[in-house]
Design a protein around this ligand. Structure first.
Ligand code: UGA
Length: 442
């Protein structure tokens, strides 16, 4: 394949590494830059810092083909490229506002180091107005250097999901390009074209609307989840069943079925942080986003729904009781533990005097660094967790937990009871096995 476009991607986290790798797989030459030398050295050896299906083999393949260059040298990378993607993290500060330190530092370095015209693309999730700030930072640096290179700042938010990141990048629902510069728009379209066969999927808009679209999308999805969790909580008190309600509601073509699953709360690095940052954006301009504040509050409370059910069943004091926990990551398909409901549930069990035995297909090593060491035992097989436990809690709906051997569960648990935080099982089936079954929203 002929090398097409030379690209710099700054930041080798979820977004940067996946984006860079997918562009390189099209035959482009991609400089993946990170300040973390250890991470860059590991990547050169094919060691991927995150678990993401298909990513490792694509990285190794394209590194061997020299389509990807892993480096800490921003200057060399910029010299060799005409387009540069900013893909660094924008974590929540203490007050919820997105911390843009890394983004602005990079903008400064781009201004200091660029030695020809450049398209600077923001893929990091940044509050509305950040593109303008990046523009002024780069302009100031160029002015201080007394040079006059042309540059365009474009917003190109990323919508990939953890667990399906490669697939999402190679088959995006849409590619938003926030820019008013025809040349920059044309280059980005050319770059994405092989992955966007249906060109209606390109959406061109102004830079601020592009920045806002990202937050609005995540906030909308988080709102749907908190909304259904609220409906679930009302269902529990009225005798309705949220599983049935989901079907009744989702069948309306205007609503649709996705992201209407009640559960033990959303987690991950994005929804919690982006909802908080959008609240802050509103407050900064004198507007209080009331719905979003409730979305966030409902989600915090939802992480306690399972523990409340456990205490209702066993009593507040869980001393002497051992709980089997299936799943630790914030959702299936990833080892990411950020804001995972499992952290709250396990800590609450320990606080009430209980102990935990757990298994997760991907995130046990990471969990050992996050969860308390005492009274948390890790085992390497799904059914091994059940031995000597009083109850089973399903926290993350990995495929291997979806149709377990209920006979074995009924025989192994001391008092067969399942607390299901993801509504995976059938009430009637479980009652046939003599298993007491608690789930969300019924
Ligand atoms: C989310 C968005 O879905 C992506 O489009 C976006 O690009 C990404 O954030 C980001 O901003 O980078 P992600 O955090 O990987 O992606 O996870 P999701 O698949 O969206 O799930 C988020 C949480 O919602 C999980 O904890 C999941 O268990 C929960 N969830 C999801 C529910 O509780 N109910 C549902 O019906 C769906």
């Amino acid at each position: 394949m002929v090398v097409k476009i030379n690209i710099t991607v700054i930041g080798t986290g979820y977004v940067g590494l996946v984006t860079g790798t997918c562009f390189s797989d099209l035959g482009n030459r991609v400089y993946c830059v990170d300040i973390d030398e250890n991470k860059i050295n590991a990547l050169k050896k094919g060691i991927i810092p995150i678990y993401e299906p298909d990513l490792e083999k694509l990285v190794v393949k394209n590194y061997e083909k020299e389509n990807i260059i892993f480096t800490t040298e921003l200057e060399i990378s910029l010299t060799n490229s005409n387009i540069c993607f900013i893909c660094v993290g924008t974590p929540a500060s203490d007050d919820g506002e997105a911390d843009l330190t890394a983004v602005f530092e990079i903008a400064k370095n781009i201004g200091k180091l660029m030695n020809h015209d450049m398209i600077v693309v923001t893929k990091s999730t940044v509050p509305v107005g950040t593109g303008d700030k990046i523009k002024s930072i780069i302009s100031k640096e160029l002015k201080d250097r007394g040079v006059e290179y042309g540059f365009e700042v474009v917003s190109n938010p990323e919508f990939l999901k953890e667990g399906t990141a490669v697939k999402d990048s190679m088959r995006p629902d849409r590619v938003i390009i926030g820019s008013d510069n025809d040349k920059a728009i044309a280059i980005l379209k050319e770059l994405y074209a092989p992955y966007v066969k249906n060109h209606e999927r390109f959406i061109i808009m102004d830079i601020k609307s592009a920045e806002m679209s990202k937050y609005a999308s995540n906030a909308m999805l988080a709102t749907r989840i908190s909304f259904m969790n609220e409906i679930a909580n009302i269902c529990e008190k009225t005798g309705a069943d949220v599983n049935q309600v989901r079907l009744g509601v989702g069948s309306d073509a205007r609503i649709g079925y996705s992201f209407l699953y009640a559960g033990c709360g959303y987690g991950g690095s994005c929804f919690p942080k982006d909802v908080k940052a959008l609240i802050k954006t509103g407050e900064n301009v004198g507007y209080t986003p009331k719905i979003l504040k409730e979305v966030e509050r409902i989600n915090q409370n939802q992480k306690y729904v399972i523990i409340n059910k456990i205490k209702k069943h066993f009593g507040d004091d869980l001393t002497g009781l051992k709980f089997a926990v299936w799943g630790l990551s914030f959702k299936p398909g990833t080892d990411d533990m950020r804001e995972a409901p499992s952290i709250v549930i396990i800590n609450e069990i320990l606080k009430a005097g209980g102990s935990v035995k757990t298994y997760d297909p991907k995130s046990m090593e990471l969990s050992k660094t996050i969860l308390p060491k005492d009274n948390v035992e890790y085992v390497s097989k799904r059914d091994q967790v059940l031995d000597n436990c009083d109850a089973l809690i399903l926290v993350t709906e990995w495929n291997e937990f979806k149709s377990p051997d209920f006979n074995k569960i009924a025989k192994t648990l001391k008092s067969p009871v399942i607390f299901d935080g993801r509504n995976q099982y059938d009430d009637e089936v479980l009652s046939k096995f003599g298993i007491k079954y608690y789930r969300i929203g019924r």
